[in-house]
Ligand binder design. Structure first.
Ligand code: NAD
Length: 490
């Protein structure tokens, strides 16, 4: 593999109060390039002093930021969006080095979608308003949307830049300050975002980034200065964060894992459904929370569907150097994630699912696992119940609509779902019947920023994106205005 085109080492580990900040006494966190497994740099975990400094600066900066006119706050976000778009290639190369995801993907899906979020929330800013409520006797009430204060954002490693933007954009536009902790596996993108926001005119201290793993996340979540926590991560971490936030009655948004159903009826456009299954299982090497990993296919077309799917994978996958734009399939983020996925695959084989393609670590350096399809999967199998977070698709056969709805809903998760059918009445019926925060009709994994995104059941609470996110980064203050006489009992 060729040498890296850029030096990924950031100027310092943290970004606090508008400045790069280092504290080498924090434990080193190596930067590992997933496509080679080689160490390419390091950052330091935030020490208690760094965590304190970030929270204190956020608290001090927040009041003045909240007093800045909302339209001006919006303009700063839009300027940052423009800078991100200008530098999309450089940011995408960095994201590819940080995550191992192919440049072919990061060029269109990562910094670009982060810019979309900054633009969306920046542009709707002047339109955010409260209500006026007429009351008896000429009295009335009105509502204000007020900021929460200091918000903590905690990211997963699959979309580091997008996750940081999806949290920062609604938080900042509503007048909050944020301390963001990226995943310890992907520390780079959020630092760049912080620097760009400041270049765009964000006052120092309004958006800060500190590095570290679960212990740093836990320290942030339980700090009394924090008003809200937004986590993107696993259900196990979500439980801990929710419990810690409950202690201080903090607001919480949780974007957690899933095991989403993708349902293909016999009347579907077969190639379109196969495209949906590929997008919903193998993009980002399967490291997408909303993936439709339980692919329910109606009995008459199951064999044809599997044959077409396998043919397209075996013909179309270009696995290789993620920095080569021809590559469309990259490594997993880390060795341990690769080992976990390989163990899940072995379990699928042991439990009797039919492995039809893939199933192995690729014969090359780095953390590559072949795109893997299991057929003849049943609902009780581990691979049909648990999130794998890797390139593993399970095909399950069904015979009727009621049956597939019941089986699709028989999961503790409820992040997403999708249907492929030409019967539009049925499609809309399923959108109502499938228990999920997001549902796609004749498509999959499309998450434009205008649309709310989030989970039900164990997959989370709260929503990111769209107008819905505004509600999760502000609260309503009701103001009662008396206009008539005010009677007191004595
Ligand atoms: P993870 O839960 O291991 O870690 C997520 C983040 O939480 C990391 O930054 C980690 O350092 C931090 N963390 C860990 N323990 C903590 C604690 N006790 N307190 C506070 N923070 C803590 O998840 P991951 O392995 O990074 O990401 C994969 C998971 O994320 C999958 O389950 C996936 O489905 C989910 N995910 C969900 C979405 C979504 O939008 N719903 C998007 C991407 C990923």
């Amino acid at each position: 593999m060729a040498d890296l085109p850029i030096d990924p080492q950031p100027e310092a580990s943290h970004f606090i109060a508008g400045e790069w900040v280092e504290d080498a006494s924090g434990a080193p966190i190596p930067l590992v390039y997933p496509a080679t497994g080689k160490v390419i740099g390091a950052v330091h975990e935030a020490t208690p002093a760094i965590i304190d400094r970030a929270l204190e600066t956020a608290r001090n900066a927040q009041r003045a930021w909240a007093a800045t006119p909302i339209a001006e706050r919006g303009r700063i976000l839009q300027r940052a969006a423009a800078l991100i778009r200008e530098r999309n290639r450089e940011l995408s190369v960095l994201e590819t080095i940080d995550t191992g995801k192919p440049l072919q993907e990061t060029l269109v899906a990562d910094a670009a979608s982060g810019a979309d979020a900054l633009d969306f929330f920046g542009s709707i800013a002047p339109g955010i308003r409260g209500e006026q409520i007429p009351l008896a006797g000429g009295d009335f009430a009105y509502t204000l949307r007020v900021p929460l204060g200091v918000c903590v954002g905690i990211g997963a490693w699959n979309y580091p830049t997008q996750i940081a933007c999806w949290k920062a954009a609604p938080a900042l536009v509503m007048g909050n300050a944020m301390v963001f902790k990226p995943s310890e596996l992907t520390p780079l993108g959020a630092l760049r975002l912080a620097a760009i926001l400041h270049e765009a005119g964000l006052p120092p201290g309004v958006f800060n980034v500190v590095q570290g793993g679960g212990a740093v996340g836990a320290a942030l979540v339980s700090d009394p200065r924090v008003a809200k926590v937004s986590l993107t991560g696993s259900v196990a971490t979500g439980r801990k964060v929710y419990a810690a936030a409950a202690e201080g009655i903090r607001h919480v948004t949780l974007e957690l894992g899933g095991k989403s159903p993708l349902i293909v009826f016999a009347d579907a456009d077969l190639d379109r459904a196969v495209s949906g299954a590929i997008l919903g299982n193998f993009y980002s090497s399967g490291q997408i929370c909303s993936n439709g990993t339980r692919v329910f296919v109606e009995k008459p077309i199951r064999e044809g569907f599997v044959a077409r799917l396998v043919e397209r994978i075996e013909r179309g996958v270009v696995m290789g150097d993620p920095l080569d734009e021809r590559t469309n399939f990259g490594p997993l983020v880390s060795e341990s994630q690769m080992e976990k996925v390989l163990a899940d695959i072995r379990r699928g084989v042991e439990e009797g699912a039919r492995l039809v393609t893939g199933g192995h670590r690729a014969n090359r350096p780095g953390f590559f696992v072949e795109p893997t399809v299991f057929d003849e999967v049943t609902d009780e199998m581990h691979i049909a119940r648990e999130e794998i977070f890797g390139p593993v698709l399970s095909v399950l056969e069904f015979e009727s609509e009621d049956e597939v709805v019941a089986r699709a809903n028989a999961s503790p998760y409820g992040l997403a779902g999708g249907v492929f059918t030409r019967d539009l009445a049925r499609a809309h019926r399923l959108a109502e019947r499938i228990e999920a925060g997001t549902f796609w009709i004749n498509g999959y994994n499309l998450t434009p920023v205008e649309m709310p995104f989030g989970g039900s059941k164990l997959s989370g609470i709260g929503r990111e994106n769209g107008w819905a996110a505004i509600e999760h980064y502000s609260e309503v203050r009701a103001v009662h205005v008396s206009t008539g006489p005010l009677d007191a009992p004595y």
